[in-house]
Design a protein around this ligand. Structure first.
Ligand SMILES: [Zn+2]
Length: 344
C-alpha cells in the first residue's frame, strides 16, 4: 500500500496523470470456470472456444503472464508488456485439469486456479483432485485460495455477529490445506461469487492477500488490490469478438479504493465516481449500464458523476459498468462496481 502511494502520488501532483507510460502499467485478467462442452452455458467456455481464444491472444501479440508477476510489476512500476493478460480459473472444476491444462501446458502458458478446498478434500466428482492440482502446479499453474466451502462470505454480515470470524476461518483453513497439499500457497484470494464488503476487504488486506472479484474491468496503479476486476470469458462473453475490446482495455482513471461498499440495503444505491484528469480518456462519451441496460450518468463536474438505478433493484448481485473511449476512439477505459442488495 505504501509503495503504491509513493508511486501514484507524484504522478497525480505533477498533473501529468495517466500518460502513455502509465498505460503500459495496466493489464487485464480473464475469469473462467468450466472449459467443457457439456457444462452450464453461462459458466462454460467450450474447448474449441478456449483454443480459439488462446490462438487469438497469440496472434494479436498478447503476453500471458502469471497473476503474481502481473500484480507485482504493476505495483512496483516494473516494465510490463503493453498487452499483458493473466488467466484465472475459479473453483477447480475437473474440466480445468482435464481440458484446459493440456492445452495450456502444450503452449507453455502460466495460469491460476482458485480452489475451494473442501470439495477436493471430500473427493467430489466434478472437481480436480489434489494429485491433479499438484501436477498442474509443477507445470505453470498457481493454486490459490477460494475458501474451503465456497460459501457466501458477506450475506449474513447484517444479521450474524459471527460472519467475519466464519469468513476468516474459511480463508485461513483453505490457505493451510493448499500449503499442506501443494507445498506452497501464494497470497492470492478470490471471493466466492465475487462478493465482498469493506470490512472483509480490510481484513484480507491486513493478511497480505491480493484479492479478486468477478466484476469486469482492467487493473492499473490505482486499483483496489483487494477488489481486482476480471473479465468473464465464459458463456455469452466467451467469443473472441466479445473479448477483443476487453483484453485491450484500460482502467477508467480513478482511485478504486474510493468506490462505495458493494453491500447495500438500498434498492437504488448511488455510485459517485471522481475521475482523475486524463488527456487520453474522453469523458464526454462516458456510458454507463446496469445489468446491461443503459443508465444516464449525472455529471456533477467535468470529472465527477453519479449513477443511480432508475428501477429499484431486487435482492442479490447487480453490476454497474461504465466505459469511456480513448480520444481516438479506442481503446476503452472501463469501470465496474458490484451492488449486493440485501434489503428487508
Ligand atoms: Zn467460485
Amino acid at each position: 500500500m505504501s509503495l503504491l502511494s509513493r508511486i501514484a502520488l507524484p504522478s497525480v501532483l505533477s498533473g501529468i496523470v495517466f500518460s502513455a507510460s502509465i498505460h503500459a502499467q495496466s493489464a487485464n485478467i480473464l475469469l473462467y470456470h468450466h472449459i467443457a462442452d457439456d457444462t452450464p452455458h453461462s459458466t462454460s467456455t467450450t474447448t474449441a472456444q478456449f483454443a480459439e481464444q488462446l490462438d487469438h491472444f497469440e496472434e494479436q501479440g498478447y503476453k500471458i503472464i502469471g497473476l503474481e508477476e502481473m500484480v507485482h510489476r504493476i505495483q512496483t512500476g516494473e516494465a510490463l508488456n503493453e498487452k499483458s493478460l493473466a488467466l484465472t480459473f475459479d473453483d477447480g472444476f475437473v474440466s480445468v485439469c482435464e481440458n484446459a491444462y493440456p492445452e495450456l501446458k502444450r503452449r507453455g502458458l502460466p495460469f491460476t486456479v482458485f480452489v475451494s478446498t473442501a470439495p477436493v478434500d471430500k473427493g467430489y466428482t466434478g472437481y480436480c483432485n489434489w494429485q491433479q492440482l499438484k501436477e498442474m502446479s509443477k507445470n505453470g499453474a498457481t493454486i490459490a485460495n477460494h475458501t474451503t466451502d465456497h460459501g457466501y462470505l458477506v450475506r449474513s454480515s447484517l444479521n450474524d455477529a459471527h460472519w467475519l470470524q466464519n469468513a476468516k476461518d474459511s480463508i485461513n483453513k483453505a490457505q493451510q490445506r493448499i500449503k499442506e497439499e501443494i507445498g506452497t500457497a501464494p497470497m492470492l484470494f478470490a471471493y466466492p461469487y465475487g462478493e465482498y464488503n469493506n470490512e472483509l476487504k480490510h481484513w484480507v488486506s491486513e493478511q497480505g492477500y491480493i484479492a479478486f472479484g468477478q466484476q469486469s474491468g482492467s487493473i492499473g496503479l490505482n486499483s483496489d488490490w483487494q477488489a481486482l476486476p476480471r473479465y468473464n470469458a465464459a458463456g455469452n462473453y466467451g467469443s473472441v469478438n466479445s473479448l477483443r475490446h476487453k483484453i485491450n482495455a484500460h482502467p477508467l482513471p480513478l482511485n478504486y479504493s474510493e468506490l462505495p461498499d458493494p453491500v447495500t440495503q438500498q434498492r437504488q444505491p448511488t455510485m459517485t465516481v471522481n475521475l482523475l484528469p486524463s488527456k487520453d480518456a474522453y469523458y464526454p462519451h462516458l456510458r454507463c449500464y446496469i445489468n446491461g441496460q443503459a443508465l444516464e450518468p449525472n455529471w456533477l463536474s467535468d470529472t465527477s458523476f453519479s449513477v443511480i438505478p432508475q428501477q429499484p433493484l431486487g435482492n442479490g448481485r447487480h453490476r454497474v459498468n461504465c466505459t469511456a473511449p480513448h480520444r481516438n476512439g479506442s481503446p476503452f477505459y472501463w469501470l465496474s462496481q458490484q451492488w449486493l442488495v440485501m434489503a428487508e
